[in-house]
Design a protein around this ligand. Structure first.
Ligand SMILES: NC(=O)c1ccc[n+]([C@@H]2O[C@H](COP(=O)([O-])OP(=O)(O)OC[C@H]3O[C@@H](n4cnc5c(N)ncnc54)[C@H](OP(=O)(O)O)[C@@H]3O)[C@@H](O)[C@H]2O)c1
Length: 325
């Protein structure tokens, strides 16, 4: 009897410890109006992206949900319009696994939308396979597609400045390894899906770092974000044997999508963050990334390799232009 009680108490203590470690609530703060601001949220059809889009819309922003499934994208846009009363929420098709689709999205956006103040590079997968462009699926969706998208929209961000790019990375960058000579090649090995995910998240952290360096002197700033451990569909491609462990863990301890959206929203909207451009944030605070995430040589090599893989020549950030609103 005594040992059963002791066991139960220990379990409760462990649960409380883990719960608070993984679900640290965001500090309370002001939520300024975003009326007159335009935002793109990639992967805005579900998970953290939909929660981010909902809050941006609630604060009055014009929001473009950039997603690959028209059915899920239109449904999410309609839900957000109803829930927030903001009619300026629209779906536009974007499949980050196709560089052609990224270019088509960017052309349509530039044609149809005069402003861009917030680009939230949120969409992500953790899956095996290769894209039509011949690159690892996870690397292309999580990094390369977003890299091209950001480059194609940079001038519009610059014209709409002050503006921000938020790149949803992950603490999983700690296990990332990037070989500049083998960029984009599908990862091989026993834990290839996990490794490819970690590599892509390291690329996210380094992308923000190098982008900030290249944008110095402009009014466009950028941030990499770890949203916390969040109960979404990100693990839908996890191996079957892992799911019985992941599902209860996620249900008991992980944040919900709205909580997961807190740090991306903080980096997108909090005033006075400009001096932190290029930094990595978690729990609404700047944090030091793991050593590879601070490697400026690797960040430069990733940038140059990414330019080559998406077919862009070296380019300088656009010259400061007349400011939009
Ligand atoms: N959940 C976590 O614990 C966690 C932790 C750290 C970082 N993150 C990061 O947070 C971000 C959001 O993930 P989540 O947890 O919200 O996962 P999620 O629920 O699976 O949502 C991912 C979103 O990305 C979209 N997407 C997937 N492939 C795409 C493609 N080829 N083109 C365009 N959109 C695509 C999905 O669209 P469909 O609906 O069409 O599939 C979905 O809207 C990811 O970058 C992830 O790495 C998550």
């Amino acid at each position: 009897m005594c040992s059963a009680l002791l066991g139960a108490a220990l379990l409760l203590a462990l649960y409380t410890l883990l719960y608070h470690a993984l679900r640290r609530p965001a500090p309370p703060r002001a939520r300024p109006s975003l009326r007159g601001r335009t935002a793109i949220v990639t992967g805005g059809s579900g998970g953290i992206g939909a929660a981010t889009a909902r809050e941006l819309a609630r604060r009055g922003a014009r929001v473009v949900l950039a997603a690959r499934s028209a059915a899920r994208g239109e449904a999410a846009a309609s839900r957000i319009r109803t829930e927030t009363g903001n009619a300026e929420v629209r779906f536009m098709h974007l499949d980050l696994a196709s560089l052609r689709s990224v270019r088509a999205f960017a052309s349509a956006f530039l044609r149809e939308e005069p402003h861009l103040h917030l680009l939230i590079n949120n969409a992500g997968v953790s899956a095996g396979g290769q894209t039509e462009d011949g690159y690892g699926l996870t690397f292309q969706v999580n990094h390369l597609g977003h890299f091209l998208l950001t480059q194609l929209l940079l001038e519009r961000l610059q014209r709409s400045a002050p503006s921000r790019v938020v790149i949803v990375a992950s603490s999983a960058h700690c296990s990332g390894r990037l070989d500049p000579a083998a960029l984009g090649r599908p990862v091989r090995g026993a834990l290839q899906t996990f490794q490819a995910y970690c590599d892509s998240k390291l690329a996210n952290v380094l992308h923000a770092r190098e982008l900030a360096t290249r944008l110095q002197g402009t009014e466009v700033t950028c941030y990499a974000v770890h949203p916390g451990f969040v109960n979404t569909e990100i693990f839908r491609h996890a191996p079957l044997w892992l799911k019985p462990l992941l599902v209860p863990l996620a249900w008991l301890f992980f944040r919900d999508a709205a909580e997961g959206a807190e740090t991306p929203l903080y980096c997108a909207t909090q005033e006075g963050l400009e001096r932190f451009s290029g930094r990595y944030f978690a729990d609404c605070r700047p944090q030091e990334p793991w050593p590879r995430g601070r490697d400026d040589g690797l960040a430069r090599a990733l940038w140059e390799g990414s330019e080559r893989l998406v077919g862009l020549g070296p380019r300088r950030p656009p010259a400061p232009a007349a400011r939009g609103q």
